[in-house]
Design a protein. Structure first.
Length: 386
């Protein structure tokens, strides 16, 4: 929906004009999957798909929110914020506001209109985008003293404590701090980061398997527990192993007899993936695009075989990409069991890539494959159309 239509919808619901318009981007992770909650390294880019929030302040303690995408309204008081079963999308809003309150920050009441074109359930982090967009909206509405890194941490805490998914920091961090035209190399332990330019000769092409992501919170949290089991055994032998980020493949192999097969393979993925991220950043900075692409393929294989979060449709998309014109590399991206693949494609060959992959995927699976050609975008802020 265009900005003019959103403004009209806001006027219709609330009887007045909005005072601010904030957007926060979704993201695609180029490489570094399931490493963030293991204190590891990730290399995401924000994409030019956004959650947009139009808002105006209220003089009472009421928050009214309307979701354009779900065509549903909800209302609650800031004095008593409870989860909603009737409007589950609003729990991302409610959870963020609880985190502001926990930090002793005084919130205004507000009228909110929320809309987005980040595909839901595709692994492009629509949940982090709504959390960050809402957090930035209230930061501006309330003129709150909180820095941008804290906005990311607050949004992550909302997902942990209110939604119940123990996600890492990557999704929220990139949605806040992304820089246009770059991917962000992020150390998830100390939150140090650096922006790495992505050449305009390369396009980030996201292929949606149209299989809604099925890695639910129980499976996601199980993977975390399996990683923690490996950390416990590694720390008992070596000491100083606080997360898989601290261990080497050689150390993991040395404790293999003390681990069952599943925790061993989960840890092997995470440790090797951290190594791949470091190598990928170096390759991209050096202009070694083929080396960068091969690391993406290796990442997908590890996610498929060791972490076991791929699915048939994602595997098909990666193999079809290998055969398409101009492809540098491809892998599944996001939590897994559905969602999207990320493909690095020479910009001059993007149309040929789409013309190759879309019909072949439909022939193989019977499913149509939406494709999003993306450029790395900036993080949360004023809507560019306002």
């Amino acid at each position: 929906m265009g900005e003019e239509n959103l403004a009209g919808t806001f006027q219709h619901h609330y009887g007045g004009a909005h005072s601010i318009c904030i957007q926060a981007p979704g993201r695609v992770n180029l490489i570094g999957e399931h490493t963030d909650y293991n204190d590891g390294f990730v290399f995401p880019a924000a994409i030019d798909r956004y959650v947009t929030v139009l808002a105006s302040p209220r003089t009472d303690q009421v928050v009214r929110a309307y979701s354009v995408d779900f065509a549903q309204a909800t209302e609650f008081s800031l004095s008593q914020i409870e989860p909603s079963k009737e409007a589950p999308w609003s729990n991302f809003v409610r959870g963020v506001l609880v985190q502001f309150q926990k930090r002793g920050l005084e919130l205004p009441g507000a009228n909110l209109l929320i809309s987005g074109d980040v595909p839901i359930g595709a692994g492009l982090s629509s949940s982090a985008a709504i959390e960050v967009a809402v957090a930035e909206t209230f930061r501006v509405l309330g003129d709150l003293e909180i820095d941008r890194a804290q906005i990311a941490l607050l949004s992550q805490a909302a997902e942990h404590e209110f939604i119940g998914v123990k996600c890492g920091i990557m999704d929220q961090f990139i949605s806040v701090l992304a820089q246009r035209g770059t991917a962000l190399f992020l150390d998830c332990r100390d939150l140090s980061y650096s922006a790495v330019p992505v050449s305009e000769d390369l396009s980030i092409v996201v292929c949606n398997s149209a299989v809604e992501r099925r890695l639910d919170s129980s499976e996601y949290n199980r993977r975390r527990s399996e990683c923690e089991e490996a950390v416990k055994v590694l720390n008992q032998k070596y000491g100083g192993i606080h997360a898989l980020r601290d261990a080497s493949i050689e150390q993991l192999d040395a404790v293999k007899p003390q681990l069952s097969d599943v925790p061993y393979r989960r840890a092997r993925h995470v440790i090797s993936e951290n190594n791949r991220v470091l190598a990928a950043v170096e390759a991209l900075q050096a202009g070694k695009t083929q080396e960068f692409g091969e690391l993406l393929y290796l990442s997908h294989r590890s996610l498929r075989d060791d972490y076991e979060v791929s699915c048939k449709e994602l595997d098909v998309l990666v193999e079809l990409a290998r055969l398409a014109p101009g492809v540098v590399g491809a892998r599944m991206t996001g939590a897994g069991f559905g969602g999207c693949t990320v493909n690095i494609v020479e910009s001059k060959d993007v149309q040929g890539f789409c013309d190759s992959v879309q019909p072949a995927y439909e022939k193989e699976t019977g499913i149509q494959c939406p494709i999003y050609v993306c450029r790395p975008s900036a993080g949360a802020g004023n809507c560019v159309k306002c």
